[in-house]
Ligand binder design. Structure first.
Ligand SMILES: [Zn+2]
Length: 384
């Protein structure tokens, strides 16, 4: 059974221990005692070194703790060093979570169902359908108050059968490890915690979203909150610079620019359709009729509203047939004037069907698509 040194002293960074077993050729090491925290209760494992060899993962096997090593460890006694920056960050997030959950309960009777400590931010799932921005502001302010009061955070061992008055009832029996924040929270927890709420620093909430009847709330504490606030500030400043306005004037300006852009897109679309119509008319006037008296034109390019407008304007003239061919995706469009003797729908249907494609339309306008470029060439030859 591994003695868990972090249970008694969460601030222990260095320790000496005996190797009890080195499985997997020395890559899975068991010690008589360890300060390494294994993944459990929503808190990720510690990193660091054992005998100078990097620890890659720490696994809780109930009675024992396994240290998964970067390379084989061959020693009977080792010095362990915990990566303190990572561990302290976890302690800030985890203790901050206790405070956040306690405040949600204190102010709004909202219970915390689960907790996840992530690499960038952490989340709690709470028993509520939503959290309003006003609620979250009050929660952040209350957390800041308790942080400023530097309330002690204590760890005690108490019997599960006693009246423990915990925030969340524990299903465990026997001796429980109780983590208490003075006058606001008592929770059964095996995680690593700070000594005082002062060390939590700022508790900053992020987005909240509905997840299966509960609400998932993102939050960051301590140094992470500082980094988040800093990166948010820089992001806003860069948006402001890009728009040449102070950051606080960015949102209305972005809304106005988006609106203007929509209206400009509509105008551009209208003008390009109008231009295509004129092009179609002019093309009709400058195209000489063939021996059969029909004006024929073939254009290559995307078959879109512009091409359609050009084709229809061309075929609005007397005895005119307009063919559009697009390479990608392989497709065709045919426009024919009523007096041309060409039924666009029938011709396109016949041509694309022969080329294993599909399509159709009416007498004056038809469109079709085919599987590949060889089929396109075959269909085009039939329509010319
Ligand atoms: Zn905890």
């Amino acid at each position: 059974m591994t003695e868990r040194l972090y249970y008694q002293d969460c601030y222990l960074r260095e320790f000496r221990a005996h190797v009890v077993e080195a499985a997997d050729d020395g890559r899975r090491v068991y010690l008589d005692r360890t300060a390494f925290y294994p993944t459990s209760g929503g808190q990720p494992f510690d990193l660091g070194t054992l005998g100078g060899v990097a620890v890659r993962e720490v696994i809780d096997e109930e009675d024992r703790i396994a240290h998964v090593m970067e390379s084989p460890l061959a020693a009977s006694e080792v010095d362990g060093v915990v990566d303190w920056e990572r561990r302290y960050d976890h302690m800030q997030q985890h203790t901050g979570q206790h405070l956040l959950s306690a405040v949600l309960e204190e102010l709004f009777k909202i219970r915390t169902v689960s907790f996840h400590l992530g690499a960038e931010s952490s989340t709690i799932d709470v028993d509520a359908l939503s959290l309003t921005p006003e609620q979250l502001e009050r929660v952040e302010e209350r957390c800041a108050e308790v942080v400023a009061q530097a309330r002690p955070v204590q760890i005690t061992l108490e019997d599960a059968s006693a009246m423990l008055d915990l925030r969340k009832a524990s299903e465990r029996t026997g001796t429980l490890r109780i983590v208490s924040i003075e006058d606001i929270d008592r929770s059964a927890c095996g995680g690593s915690h700070l000594r005082s709420t002062a060390e939590i620093g700022m508790v900053l909430t992020g987005k909240s979203e509905k997840i299966r009847g509960t609400t998932r709330l993102e939050f960051v504490c301590g140094a992470r909150a500082l980094r988040r606030a800093r990166s948010d500030y820089r992001l806003l400043a860069s948006i402001g610079r890009a728009l040449s306005v102070p950051p606080e004037q960015s949102p209305p300006l972005i809304a106005a620019l988006t609106e203007k852009n929509k209206s400009l897109e509509k105008t551009a679309q209208r003008l390009s359709t109008e231009l295509a119509r004129r092009e179609g008319k002019e093309l009709f006037l400058t195209t000489a009729p063939g021996p059969d008296g029909i004006r024929r034109v073939t254009q290559r390019g995307p078959i879109d509203d512009t091409m359609r407008a050009r084709a229809q304007a061309f075929a609005a003239g007397e005895r005119a047939v307009f063919l559009a061919v697009c390479d990608q995706p392989p497709s065709l469009l045919l426009a024919a004037s009523p007096d041309s003797g060409v039924h666009a729908g029938d011709r396109v249907k016949a041509a694309v069907t022969a080329a294993h494609g599909r399509g159709g339309g009416n007498q004056q306008l038809a469109q079709g698509s085919v599987p590949d470029s060889a089929a396109l060439a075959a269909a085009e030859a039939l329509l010319r």
